[in-house]
Design a protein around this ligand. Structure first.
Ligand code: ZN
Length: 127
């Protein structure tokens, strides 16, 4: 298990990291954010510069677990093998080959005449 992170300390650290570049350091805060957890708490006035820095950080953020969106169900939980955890669809080149093979097998099964175990012929009805 990873070490717990103090959310209030993270907010304070973010503000400290971007504040030196604030072009208008004396401006009134545009928001006040309060953070209270078991690990700590803090109240942070946020300048427009800090909020814009959050926007830029969010725009450049990419989650390490983000492997794209499932083309089958739209889910966002593809594992490291590009296997959708929501619907089971495989992605990537191997997934495409398997999906095409499955489609061919399904089409061939539809085209085959009904064998033993299939629907009963109405002529064999023993009423
Ligand atoms: Zn899916």
């Amino acid at each position: 298990m990873s070490t717990p992170i103090d959310p209030a300390a993270v907010v304070a650290e973010f503000i400290d990291a971007v504040s030196p570049y604030d072009p208008d350091p004396g401006a009134r805060p545009v928001a006040v954010v309060g953070v209270r957890t078991a690990l700590g708490e803090g109240v942070f006035p946020l300048s427009d510069h800090v909020v814009r820095a959050m926007c830029r950080a969010l725009a450049s953020y990419r989650d390490p677990e983000d492997r794209g969106t499932c083309v089958e169900c739209g889910g966002r939980h593809l594992d490291e093998n590009l296997h959708c955890q929501d619907c089971g669809r495989l992605h990537g080149i191997l997934g495409q080959v398997i999906a095409e093979h499955a489609a061919r097998v399904a089409a061939a099964a539809k085209a085959e005449p009904t064998g033993p175990g299939g629907p009963v012929d109405p002529g064999e009805d023993d009423r």
